[in-house]
Design a binder for this molecule. Structure first.
Ligand code: BV8
Ligand code: ZN
Length: 262
């Protein structure tokens, strides 16, 4: 084992060695990794018109059927926030980790594009994306107009566009509760888990949503060292070998610095 450079506080030597020797690292991110870009996390208090709703109740097909303008307005507001935001040091540190390990698989529950804009090439989007809407009726992809959506005004309701092919309503390209995850995404996750994952970093997720929340447990069963980065305790605390309590934008750069002096 190589001698360890002076370590920043509370990053265990065993973890530094595991990362330095890792052949394959899986990174699983949730809304917390975008928090320091100013994007409210999924379970943050909802703002404005949506404050009387729980995100889980709006992120469903029935909510869209019942009130398409309320739901489309919520997603356009979130897309506006993402387009006005920048990747933060957490996103950038994940790009650096990929440069230091032979293989990194990035899996995200987020529907923003901040990993891509930070330089991560192929994140696996388990829950879809704000940037690839499609027709709710015929599923044809819909091309969003250029530019950033304006702050929704009239009560934050926005009428969803209509599909040019069938006239159906366009819906956000995300996976709602009760909908299956994209086959290709889940297949990629399963393949990554079966290919010698040495370390899994779970970053900024409450670990409440399945099947995404089962990934660290599966990695652990395949022999991976599970590390959690989160300022708060979550369901994952029991499984994780290391719980680095802190914000991703601070802990991840410190981890990269301590492990690879980068
Ligand atoms: C499905 C897109 C099959 C929309 C989202 C068991 C197996 C299978 C399904 C289920 C199951 N049990 C229950 C279910 C049903 C359901 C489910 O999991 N429900 C939960 C509520 C119990 N799952 C599904 O419906 C899934 N579908 O399984 O298909 C099927 C088909 C038909 C019928 C049945 C089953 C689909 C789930 C996908 C839902 N869509 N998003 C949108 O974004 O609007 S999920 C949503 O939650 C977001 O994508 C988000 O990413 C995800 C997880 O939330 P987090 O990312 O963790 O965000 P959160 O706010 O919760 O936490 C933020 C964390 O960050 C906190 O811990 C905080 O402390 C931390 N933090 C804050 N600041 C920082 C930080 N960390 C680091 N640094 C900081 N600075
Ligand atoms: Zn259509």
């Amino acid at each position: 084992m190589r001698p360890s450079p002076a370590m920043p506080p509370d990053i265990p030597e065993q973890l530094l060695c595991a990362l330095r020797d890792a052949r394959h690292v899986i990174v699983l991110t949730g809304a917390g990794v975008s928090a320091e870009s100013g994007i409210p996390t999924f379970r943050d208090a909802m703002a404005g018109l949506w404050e009387r709703f729980e995100a889980e109740n709006l992120a469903t097909p029935s909510a869209f059927r019942n009130d398409p303008e309320l739901v489309w307005g919520w997603y356009e507001w979130r897309r506006m926030q993402v387009m006005q935001a920048e990747p933060n040091p957490a996103h950038l540190a994940i790009v650096k980790i990929a440069l230091h390990v032979p293989r990194l698989t990035l899996i995200t529950q987020n529907v923003d594009d901040l990993h891509e804009r930070a330089g991560s090439s192929t994140p696996i989007h388990l829950h879809g994306s704000l940037f690839h809407p499609r027709c709710f009726a015929c599923a044809r992809p819909y091309t969003l107009p250029p530019g950033t959506p304006r702050e929704p005004t009239n009560g934050r309701r926005v009428a969803p566009p209509k599909c040019s092919h069938c006239g159906g309503r366009v819906r956000p390209g995300v996976v709602w509760f009760g909908e299956s995850l994209p086959d290709h995404a889940w297949r990629a996750v399963t393949k990554a888990l079966e290919q010698d994952c040495d370390v899994l970093l779970s970053i900024g997720t409450s670990s409440l949503v399945y099947p995404a929340a089962s990934i660290p447990t599966q990695a652990c069963e395949h022999g991976a060292l599970v590390v959690q980065i989160n300022p708060a305790a979550t369901e994952l605390d029991e499984i994780a070998s290391f719980n680095l309590r802190g914000r991703a934008g601070e802990v991840l750069p410190a981890l990269v610095q301590a492990t690879w002096k980068d």
